[in-house]
Write a protein that binds this ligand. Structure first.
Ligand code: ATP
Length: 327
């Protein structure tokens, strides 16, 4: 079966700036694919080429078997798209706007599409009677999601879909993605939030500086194995306690300070958290935080030099193509 999305050697320049370096990316039908990467990595540029908002400098892009440049309205109806920057400034109500989209957006019966739209509005908690321009950023984002999902397109392309949504609504959105997958739809979503990709995606590609620096199934990428920890513990011997933590496998970047019998300790754990917890359990723990570091930090720690900007890398490590591109 052909892949739903086939991106081969996609290259995009904006003047002298190269946003995408010969990118290859394939999304299989019926899967959820997560595109993650720090700001400026090229996620939006990639997604916009799929809906023909921007055109590649070179390389080939096929969506649902067609070139987006030539697919026109017929291809567009098979896709639900949420842009990264959603501008909804119209005077009309959410309901009227969705009714319009329902008319133009699909092969499904417009009444059924609109009914699905209303159900989604109830689930996400947005008032469709208000003019869309008066809605808050998060509520506009909900309307954007509804217009993408309601006609049950074969393919959903979602650029940072949860931006501006509160955690409960984010959870509902993730459920909508799972339901789309169960119904056989294909989903490509971008994010710089690792946990939301981990919860939904079958496969993931990590983008940094316009290149795929890692891809595969979510578990094999180990991105989730890095955690930042902070603890506050009571101890009578801060130096010996600190030494105990120095021996914890995988704990690095330790920063510790002590005052009045309280040791404040922070660091990053790569791998199993159990050895850290076992050492911690010997003490009275007054506070503990375990969190995923931001994506940029995870990407840089795991993929190192390949994720740093070409201009920041030593000249000897640049590839010939980098050097040619910079001429
Ligand atoms: P973010 O998470 O911040 O939205 P992103 O991964 O979506 O980032 P892109 O918006 O695709 O990244 O940008 C990739 C690169 O292309 C960046 O260096 C950006 O500055 C550059 N870029 C994007 N659009 C333009 C444009 N219209 N003109 C010039 N440079 C651009």
């Amino acid at each position: 079966m052909t892949d739903t999305i086939e991106i081969d050697r996609l290259h995009k320049r904006y003047g002298s700036r190269i946003a995408l370096h010969e990118l290859d990316l394939h999304v299989r039908p019926g899967t959820v694919f997560g595109l993650i990467g720090p700001n400026g990595a090229g996620k939006t540029t990639t997604l916009r080429t799929l809906v023909d908002v921007i055109r590649p400098s070179s390389g080939s892009v096929r969506v649902l078997g067609e070139n987006p440049r030539h697919g026109g309205a017929a291809l567009r109806r098979r896709i639900g798209y949420v842009p990264g920057e959603l501008h909804l400034e119209g005077r009309s109500s959410g309901h009227r706007m969705l009714a319009f989209y329902a008319q133009v957006s699909g092969s499904r019966d417009a009444t059924a599409t609109l009914r699905t739209g209303r159900d989604l509005a109830d689930r996400l908690g947005v008032d469709l009677s208000r003019p869309v321009r008066t809605l808050s950023k998060g509520n506009k984002q909900k309307v954007g999601l509804i217009q993408a999902f309601m006609h049950r397109p074969e393919l959903l392309i979602l650029d940072e879909p949860t931006s501006g949504l509160d955690p409960l609504v984010q959870r509902e959105f993730l459920q909508m993605v799972r339901e789309a997958k169960d119904a056989g739809q294909t989903v490509l979503l971008s994010s710089h939030v690792l946990s939301e990709i981990q919860q939904t995606a079958d496969e993931v590609a990590v983008l940094a500086n316009g290149r795929v620096v890692a891809d595969g199934d979510v578990a094999s990428l180990r991105l989730g194995s890095i955690r930042r920890v902070r603890a506050e513990i009571s101890t009578t011997d801060a130096a010996a306690t600190r030494a105990d933590f120095d021996r914890v496998p995988g704990l690095t970047g330790i920063d510790a300070s002590d005052a009045d019998g309280i040791l404040q300790l922070s660091g990053t754990i790569d791998g199993a958290i159990d050895p850290f917890i076992k050492v911690l359990a010997r003490f009275e723990v007054r506070d503990l935080t375990v969190e995923e570091p931001d994506l940029e930090e995870s990407v840089l720690r795991l993929y190192g030099a390949s994720a740093t900007p070409a201009s920041a890398r030593p000249a000897t490590r640049r590839s010939r193509r980098d050097r040619e591109e910079q001429r």
